[in-house]
Design a binder for this molecule. Structure first.
Ligand code: PEP
Ligand code: MN
Length: 337
């Protein structure tokens, strides 16, 4: 249920409504817009109806949200959420590209790739220090050492960093280094992990699970938002289907569908979406044309030597060419890059 306050409602009236909602044992989430304040009410909202909230001072209207997700819905917030990461505004007119290696391997290699992707126009550096590998025998990431290299690369380039958190036990160490916390596809429904990052004030990239529907993804975002953190960037990264020609089936429709259903920014990861470097460029262009707010792309100095996801990683020279092409696509659809 959403309580829509009148544009003329005073601060006292808003506080009064919030207190009344809390007094009924319900949870209010206040959203102060430019024109008016709306209050989402979570809990047994049937009880709220019985107390005629329409008659409370300053209340203009009371609307039911029939969807199971509330705080992340377009009904709750009409305008797009713009997330500011050290001055990089994700979800606005400008399309942002996050780029870097799948996993952090060496300090020198990371700094070199960070400088290259920055020169090409990337605005966020990606790199995993804790890697979710299918095999327990595969390279698992450098852990804290990798986070330190990310910090060094960030200092050398000024690029904010996005890196994956896999386990609530690592949350403090990740928060110390990361500007954006990535929740990987395999953890999209790790609800305890979602609740923990929901208690932080870090922006979150929430990747779509391998077999998750759009509704599943939005419910996971709601888990984070319900703990207080609304700085969530949704990420389509391909799903499992019967198709085997590509690593995953990249669902480009996720971008426009999500933009209708939610106010949160939406980015696409074509690298994991298709799993082949030579398909990354066309899928990146299609993503921006379809309305994505950004991309996350794997770039490695020497993909053939990469410890993880080499076959889908672009060389810096290829990435540079792609960025020039993407700028034109962005401009063609009324965005900038
Ligand atoms: C990654 O970004 O390197 C990664 C492991 O992604 P996903 O969780 O989408 O597989
Ligand atoms: Mn990867």
């Amino acid at each position: 249920m959403i309580v829509v306050m009148s544009p003329k409602a005073t601060e006292e009236e808003i506080t009064h409504v919030v207190d009344k909602i809390k007094g009924l044992g319900l949870t209010p989430h206040v959203e102060k817009g430019e024109v008016r304040t709306v209050i989402a009410v979570i809990g047994n909202v049937a009880m709220l109806r019985e107390h005629s909230p329409e008659a409370w001072p300053g209340v203009e209207n009371v609307v039911s949200i029939m969807k199971p997700y509330k705080l992340v819905s377009r009904e709750f917030q009409m305008h797009d959420t713009i997330i500011d990461v050290k001055g990089v505004k994700i979800g606005g007119k400008q399309v942002h590209v996050m780029a870097g290696p799948c996993s952090v391997e060496t300090r020198e290699g990371l700094i070199a790739v960070a400088k290259a992707v920055k020169a090409s126009g990337a605005t966020i550096l990606r790199g995993g220090a804790f890697k979710p590998r299918t095999s327990p025998y595969a390279f698992q990431g450098l852990g804290e050492e990798g986070l330190k290299y990310l910090a060094d690369a960030s200092e050398a380039t000024g690029l904010p960093i996005v890196t994956e958190l896999m386990d609530p036990r690592d949350i403090d160490i990740i928060c110390k280094y990361a500007d954006i916390i990535q929740i990987g596809a395999r953890n999209m429904q790790n609800f305890r992990l979602l609740q923990e990052v929901g208690k932080t004030d870090k922006p979150i990239v929430l990747k779509r699970g391998l077999s998750a529907t759009i509704l599943d993804l939005l419910m996971s975002a709601e888990y984070i938002a319900s703990e207080g953190n609304r700085k969530i960037i949704l990420c389509e990264r391909g799903i499992r289907t019967f198709e085997t020609a590509t690593r995953n089936t990249m669902d480009i429709s996720a971008a426009p569908v999500l933009k209708q259903l939610t106010h949160l920014p939406v980015i696409i990861d074509p690298s994991h979406g298709v799993g082949k470097w030579d398909l990354v460029a066309p899928m990146s262009k299609a993503s921006i044309a379809a309305g994505a707010d950004g991309l996350i792309i794997e770039v490695h100095q020497s993909p053939e030597d990469a410890l993880c996801d080499g076959p889908q990683s672009l060389k810096p020279t290829k990435f540079d060419v792609l960025m020039k092409e993407l700028k034109k696509v962005a401009e063609a659809v009324g965005r900038s890059m």
